[in-house]
Design a protein around this ligand. Sequence first.
Ligand code: 1GP
Length: 252
Amino acid sequence: MTGKHETYQRFLNIRNDKPAGFILLLDPDDLAIEAVPEKVRTAVAAGVDAFFIGGSFMIEKNFDSFVQAVKASAGDTPVILFPGSLQQISAYADAILFLSLISGRNPEHLIGSQAMAAPILWKMQLEAISCGYMLIESGSLTSAAYVSNSLPIPRNKPAIALAHALAAQYIGMKSIYLEAGSGAKQSVPVAMIAAVSKHIDIPLIVGGGIRSPEAAAEKVAAGAQYIVVGNFFEENGSYEQMKAFATAIQQK
Ligand code: 1GP
């Protein structure tokens, strides 16, 4: 059985001594493998709390090699898969976010892919962290909504997001992810984050379209416990820029 909980425990610990954790998303489609060591070392030095690896497509990369490259430079910082498809599974990661797209009504993404993935994870003994994944309307059609063939939750309806988050918690899921989509025009509204965070106990992850330390701090103030940033650091990867996000997210 996948009975390991070490990485989930480390993930929970992130929120023990700071308001929120800073997660850097690395997309194998957008980052050359040669650039991984420097990017990851810079992120660790700047105070990134965990790495997510994933993307909607995986066009030409060897996923295992990419994950190994991240692990080799990440030191003690957890490396967690954030899979956009069944191809994005690797035994070299510390754990996998076991996503179920609960905002949609597409059975393939609620349980179908999960049943395909489960025996693979069992064989690898890869730790699975269940996650109620919700797409939130963000101004235009995102890859995640298009690829999953599912409708996002209207951005002005926090009660709908809350109902889904509570349902996920009652089912026994270990985390919630409010997702505007990679490169989203508009990030998840603070009113929605506040409504959800007030009523759930499991970790609340927020990402998509966050491009400034101020925007990140605003989400944390509303109750986000983990902020995921991907796109912004594809072009702006300096230590100073990462440090500015870390400070905004982690400081009391
Ligand atoms: C996408 O939430 C993540 O799945 C991060 O989004 O790339 O827009 O930062 P960005």
